[in-house]
Design a protein around this ligand. Structure first.
Ligand code: NDP
Ligand code: GDR
Length: 373
């Protein structure tokens, strides 16, 4: 039985990857951070009682900023595969916490690699690094492939640039089986609430149910290549099953704007939008309501406004990936389209909003957490 260790197991990708590996018969170990509240909602369904013999799913407290902790966990687990998904993963937050982001995302990667080497695991343990399309930043060519030059545009991307190259260096210097997946944006109903797709699906679902009145958002002309996290974790695993380690772009090859995602999400709720004004004064107004899923809005309501607070000091305006290498070398193609993914996300967020609205009607007015960014 193979053993895998996942950093960032409590995150979006970590949860889907853990499911995939358990399905494949792996023993899965994950590193979770100590928090004052439960932070395992995405993986609670995978929990196995550690008191029972042969539990195949185990969590260890740890942190990418803690070398001795990482070394101890690696030494105990002796994993065949390490998936380094842990990170301060929010681009806008990285401008506010640049040093922390560098420590966790850049040096954290080095700490893991060095621990593998220190423990003499470099011939046994294969290493996956969660690299990112943010490396391309100010893009030099379109679409972006494995050979497109990098130009990071945020402390997050600069930290991930270090992580990318230190992964390549440990492969070349020490013969470690180490791969970078250069993943373009991927989303799901488990996406963090402050990334733009989830912010839109959750915000519009809440508005449709009368729980909120307006969604405040940043640059709606940003262009992204959005895929589904389930498709993308399959590729993370495939990369570590090759004969030789290599780096791959993981993308759909299709590009849409944040504005498109707003329109699709509203349509899933039976609402059509009209965009009025321009620049920071642009708004999205309810133009028509065709379905039953939006009792909380009326034609003419302004339900989206631009707030420059959400603009970034340096923006990544456009990203579009070329997944040819992944397709040709590993036979990988994404199965879920951006529109299908949007529909799934809206449906899940609508269910949550409906539950919330039902409680509210019965006098239980639980505050909605409207997180920033
Ligand atoms: P999430 O933000 O959902 O998850 C990040 C995970 O990292 C969480 O489990 C989080 O723990 C953990 N983490 C944060 N800080 C630390 C730390 N100091 N020590 C240990 N663990 C930590 O990200 P995703 O699942 O979306 O992404 C996974 C990885 O892929 C990240 O590295 C991200 O940068 C990268 N990536 C993501 C893309 C995407 O579109 N989703 C695209 C390209 C790359 P907690 O739950 O406690 O916060
Ligand atoms: P990104 O994802 O920065 O690409 O990083 P995010 O969803 O945060 O932003 C995508 C684009 O939407 C614009 N935008 C807004 N973004 C947020 N979060 N909130 C808003 O209100 C808003 N309005 C407009 C952004 O400016 C941007 O252009 C994600 C993360 O998962 C990274 O970890 C990962 O490496 C990259 O994807 C690939």
């Amino acid at each position: 039985m193979k053993k895998a260790l996942i950093t960032g197991i409590t995150g979006q990708d970590g949860s889907y990857l853990a499911e995939l590996l358990l399905d494949k018969g792996y023993e899965v170990h994950g590193i979770k951070r100590r928090a004052s509240l439960f932070n395992t909602q995405r993986i609670d369904h995978l929990y196995q009682d550690p008191h029972v013999d042969h539990a195949k799913f185990r969590l260890h407290y740890g942190d990418l900023s803690d070398t001795s902790n990482l070394t101890r966990i690696l030494s105990e687990v002796q994993p065949d595969e390490v998936y380094n998904l842990g990170a301060q993963s929010h681009v806008a937050v990285s401008f506010e916490a640049p040093e922390y982001t560098a420590d966790v995302d850049a040096v954290g990667t080095l700490r893991l690699l060095e621990a593998i080497r220190f423990l003499g695991l470099e011939r046994k343990t294969r290493f996956y690094q969660a690299s990112t399309s943010e490396l391309y930043g100010l893009v030099r060519e379109t679409p972006q492939s494995e050979t497109t030059p990098f130009y990071p545009r945020s402390p997050y991307a600069a930290a991930k640039l270090y992580a990318y190259w230190i992964t390549v260096n440990y492969r070349e210097a020490y013969g470690l089986f180490a791969c970078n997946g250069i993943l373009f944006n991927h989303e799901s109903p488990r996406r963090g609430e402050t990334f733009v797709t989830r912010k839109i699906t959750r915000g519009l679902a809440n508005i449709a149910q009368g729980l909120e009145t307006c969604l405040y958002i940043g640059n709606i002309d940003a262009l992204r290549d959005w895929g589904h996290a389930k498709d993308y974790v399959r590729m993370q695993w495939l990369m570590l099953q090759q004969e030789q380690p290599d780096d791959f772009v993981v993308a759909t090859g299709l590009q849409y704007s944040v504005r498109d995602f707003l329109v699709w999400s509203a349509a899933e709720l039976g609402v059509s939008l009209e965009f009025r004004g321009s620049g920071v004064d642009e708004t999205a107004v309810v133009a028509d309501i065709t379905g039953q899923a939006a009792p909380g809005v009326s034609v003419g309501d302004v339900i989206v406004r631009i707030d420059p607070r959400y603009f970034r000091p340096t923006e990544v305006e456009t990203l579009l990936g070329d997944p040819t290498k992944a397709k040709e070398k590993l036979g990988w193609t994404p199965e879920i389209s951006a529109q299908q993914m949007c529909a799934e996300m809206v449906a899940e967020d609508l269910k949550a909003a409906q539950r919330h609205a039902l409680l509210k009607r019965h006098g239980y007015d639980i505050p909605i957490c409207i997180e920033d960014y």
